[in-house]
Design a protein around this ligand. Sequence first.
Ligand SMILES: *Cc1c(COP(=O)(O)O)cnc(C)c1O
Length: 654
Amino acid sequence: MVSAMTDRQPRQPIERSAVVDLSAVQHNVRRLAELARGRTLIAVVKADAYGHGAVPVARAVLAAGAHMLGTAHASEAVALRDAGITAPVLAWLHTPATDFEQALRRDVRLGLNGWELDAVLAAARDTGTPATVHLKLDSGLGRNGATVEEWPGFVERVVAAQNAGLLSVEGIFTHLAVADEPQREAETVAQLHALSDAVRIARDAGLDPTLIHAANTPGLFGAQDMADPDLMLRDAVRVGLGLYGLSPFADRTPEDFGLRPAMTLRTRVANVKAVPAGHGVSYGFAYRTTGPTHLALIPLGYADGVPRVATGAPVRIGDRVYPVVGRIAMDQCVVDLSRGGEPAASSSGSEPPGVDSSAAEPPVRVGDEAVLFGAGEDPFATRWADAAGTINYEIVTRISPRVPREYVNAPDADGVGTAGSAADGAAWTVTRHPDTAHDTRVLAERVAEHLRAGDLVMLNGDLGAGKTTFTQGLGRGLGVRDGIISPTFVLSRVHPNDPDGPRPGGPDLVHVDAYRLDSAADVDDIDLEDTVDTCVTVVEWGTGKVEHLSDSRLVIDIVRARGTQDGPGSADPVSDATGAESTVGTTDGEDPADLSGAVLSRGSGSGGEGYSPSAADVIRALNDEWKSAEQLSDEPRAVIVRGYGPRWADPLQL
Ligand SMILES: *Cc1c(COP(=O)(O)O)cnc(C)c1O
């Protein structure tokens, strides 16, 4: 391999991922802040932000207006500091092994329950850094915190430490036991009164805490219906679940509270097969098919954090939702395609109507995207929780490190990586299955009929998936001049409208390979802004880099049943490599004339003669890849089209 190809591998579509939509997290922060009516918002990012990724989530919530972060362990707070996060952080669950000195040196606020006081004071003396603490009251939960009986003595010791200059008390807090059961408000109110009493005792003893807090997510929501919301809201709220867009109440959806679920657990179908009636499924034959059907294999199992007991939980493939049948295994689970129904608006739990999947053509193909639970769309994580006899908190938090997290819509393009494709907030998804390169091109022509100047199309797919073929179809449908080839090794080409073509006077097509662009800032350098309003802009490998160009976009994933997993991003079958109309920009430090010439000379068989050795190697490698890609070009593909933004509010009719 030549250096140009090895120094940065292309972003392959990820086989399994938990996609986290950071714009949903930020939306939720703003919504929670509204409900908190100006109180300090402590965003709880313990347990790796409930499985969403503590550092990217922390950055997103702070950018959206959260004032302070909360973790259980001091080590979790220190990890945020290591990532460069300087906002106030409170950690509240300690043991004698907790490194209090490190916590103080790294400016971590400590929740204190009683026994830790001596250790924290010793750390304050040894480091010369007074501790900033929040005293915790056990108002009934029976976990951490000083009991009502212990409280006055605890306060007395804290006052002495404060007078010795070893700590300052910033807050007093308690944790609620039944806030997620609104009908038990009396028990919650009793806890809140206990907190009021504890605060009075502390103030009478000479402490001056400014942040009194009790409300978790269900408490914050519950406060809206309380006779005296202030009793709940106090000075601050500590919210976790709501940040991630999930509802803590069994009978209320996130939407009921104006929240957007942030995590989508997705993968691709790994196998599809026809089976007769009575066929067993998975270990123990706990399920047998009731008629001839197709089974689809979902490559996620309990090693990925999918609960083994959640048989019956939903998997969405295309526009249908199928139940998991048989036992969930370590790496995989199975859905019966005869049992799919339309996505349910609510989780009624009733058996979906079912479709006839005994027909020769299964409704699902290998490579189709499968969503176990999703951002915005049914199914919700709550349905997996119901199937597993647990709560949605656990479903998202337990997704294991084997599942890569993908971040989309980061507040700052440089802050966290973004990759691949996602079902994040798309208005709709349409999946088609062209069997040949020709059908792929025809499908693209149909997409092109809907395109007009100003449209942004983002195209994803691995080597040989057919991105160039697809773009050629777009070009034909738009009536631009022939000559669309892979944009590998140039950054962008303009294909002018053909006045003698099917759409005279229509927009030009700008074809971009963003694979070598690092960020949205690099994209700015090639001046796509200048043409985006007047042309149709088609960007390969653009996720996380070009979304800012438009408030709307079509995102198109092309997936082969068996994709090659190597090589640069976008060498596709090429039917006609002549006549690229103009070349804008180039790759890292290479000479533009050489490179456009190099690409165009590939058919001559003379490889890189006359170019530098590295360019010759590049061309040879490209030629090899084109050849192998061409051989694969008639494989079936899934083409997954998603619409984002006001321009694409309605699904494309394809
Ligand atoms: C986890 C936790 C929270 C957050 O609870 P949510 O219900 O997720 O909002 C708040 N306070 C304490 C003490 C916690 O442990």
